[in-house]
Design a protein around this ligand. Structure first.
Ligand SMILES: Cc1ncc(COP(=O)(O)O)c(C=O)c1O
Length: 468
């Protein structure tokens, strides 16, 4: 069950990345706690990506030369890898390879816009699992509980009160890491005659996924996720969707590759993965994404999950032990992924994140995490319509409420969590050493600009003289 963390860290070049810290004699190793935004590729993924570019670079399905045939074969096998990883059944489900989770969810929203009824969503969702559905039809919000979890009683009520065609829900929140019981929701949705769409962006690399395609009650009809949150490069993602339903729809993005025949006044569209996504896909990105999923499977998702629960528990308990920390979402580590958002009383989240970066080489994220309504709920800010009006009218001083987020990944260690907690404590105790211009707010930029032009930031020459 225990991960070979030394081996894993050795596989990730980013674990050897160091940044100069003003006042420190030597550059400091980066402590990366921004896996919820994007994850770094390990060596095996970088190698697969590079190998394709170096040895097999060719377009797919359109040539009978060796390169094109190898490229096609590698690309076609991506669907099999994705299906194996998420437990999809390629006899009844198709994997559509998109560029990011948002585009995958938009394809699901497009598909469902051909059906009658409303889509149930909630403020728990990342904007990408809300706005595409709002843009393509009527949505109804399911209520939330005080602790930031979905109100299941309200979900049942909304399913009974409306003609619902789809429930769209995240597998795990990118703000609190909280994981709704997606198969229970699937059961309720299906019983009400609706489909379910699951946003798997956060979950993909951190928890086993089983779409249960052969269980009509609990199966997940649509599942979207992206490689850039699963240790693959940017630009590759996927949607799993029901084949017969998708094949009956007009193409989402008509174009080359999506057709069987074209005349001046007629088109025969193809079926399967190419029907909806005309144009050349991100071939090396998809191949690298498949390699990343294999990399995670080889380590074992159960072992990864176990490791990250331990880190999350340590982080949560450490934060709970400090005064003046407001932690969001349910506190038990088992009910969430390794995503922990909080605020330090009296310290703006921008400033806290900048101090962590500038003085501790700790990478965190802060702000509203593309989940504004969820932040409003968690921070109990009440009615924000005045704020929204000020933003709409261009008021530069209007600011949405936010938080600081640490998110764990497979290569994080207990030592890194303790180091991060130590810095949170220092910030809480107001014991940072830099001088920050509280008016300016752009705290990181100065240091960042110092890095410009410095190629080898790990050497002494890369030591910046930034004023912090
Ligand atoms: C839960 C969730 N859904 C969707 C997205 C959007 O993902 P992408 O940037 O791949 O479109 C994110 C990104 O942070 C996310 O966390």
């Amino acid at each position: 069950m225990k991960l070979d963390i030394r081996w894993i860290r050795d596989e990730f070049p980013i674990c050897r990345q160091k940044f100069p810290i003003p006042g420190e004699a030597a550059p400091q190793p980066i402590r990366y706690f921004d896996h919820g935004a994007s994850t770094h590729p390990p060596r095996a993924v970088l190698d697969a990506h590079r190998e394709f570019l170096e040895k097999y670079y060719a377009n797919i399905h359109r040539g009978h030369h060796n390169l094109s045939m190898i490229a096609s074969d590698l690309f076609d096998r991506v669907s099999e890898t994705v299906a194996r990883y998420v437990g999809a059944d390629l006899h009844k489900q198709t994997i559509y390879l998109t560029t990011n989770t948002t585009s995958a969810l938009d394809l699901a929203a497009y598909a469902m816009s051909h059906e009658d009824g409303v889509v149930l969503t909630s403020v728990l969702e990342h904007h990408s699992n809300d706005l595409p559905f709002r843009a393509r039809g009527e949505t109804v919000m399911v209520g939330m509980c005080e602790d930031g979890t979905l109100d299941m009683a309200d979900l049942k009520k909304k399913l009974a009160d409306h003609k619902v065609k789809l429930v769209t829900v995240t597998a795990a929140s990118n703000v609190t890491g909280w994981m709704p019981k997606i198969h229970e929701i699937a059961r309720l949705a299906h019983a009400a005659g609706a489909r379910i769409c699951v946003d798997g962006a956060q979950m993909l690399a951190h928890h086993p996924v089983d779409l249960k395609p052969n269980d009509p009650a609990e199966c997940i009809d649509f599942f979207a996720a992206a490689g850039h949150k699963a240790y693959a490069p940017f630009g590759s993602a996927f949607l799993v969707a029901p084949t017969s339903f998708m094949d009956a729809l007009p193409p989402y993005r008509p174009g080359g590759g999506a057709v069987l025949a074209v005349t001046e006044d007629d088109v025969v569209w193809t079926t399967g993965p190419d029907r909806h996504l005309g144009g050349t896909p991100n071939i090396p990105g998809a191949i690298a994404m498949a390699k990343a999923l294999d990399f995670l499977s080889d380590i074992g998702l159960d072992a990864i999950r176990h490791h990250e629960v331990e880190l999350t528990r340590r982080a949560i308990e450490g934060l709970q032990a400090m005064d003046g920390i407001e932690l969001y979402g349910p506190p038990d580590a088992e009910s969430r992924l390794g995503v922990v958002s909080f605020n330090i009383e009296g310290v703006h989240h921008d400033l806290a994140s900048a101090i962590l970066n500038n003085e501790g080489a700790i990478a965190t994220r802060n702000g509203c995490f593309c989940a504004h309504p969820y932040l409003h709920l968690l921070l109990r800010v009440g009615d924000v319509s005045d704020l929204v009006d000020r933003l709409r009218s261009g008021d530069e001083n209007a600011e949405l409420p936010g938080a600081l987020r640490v998110s764990m990944g497979v290569f994080n260690t207990e030592g890194e969590v303790d180091f991060m907690l130590g810095w949170i404590q220092r910030i809480r105790d107001r014991k940072w050493s830099g001088t920050y211009d509280l008016e300016k707010r752009d705290y990181c930029k100065e240091v960042y600009f110092e890095f410009q032009g410095i190629r080898d930031v790990s050497g002494p020459a890369g030591h910046p003289t930034a004023r912090v």
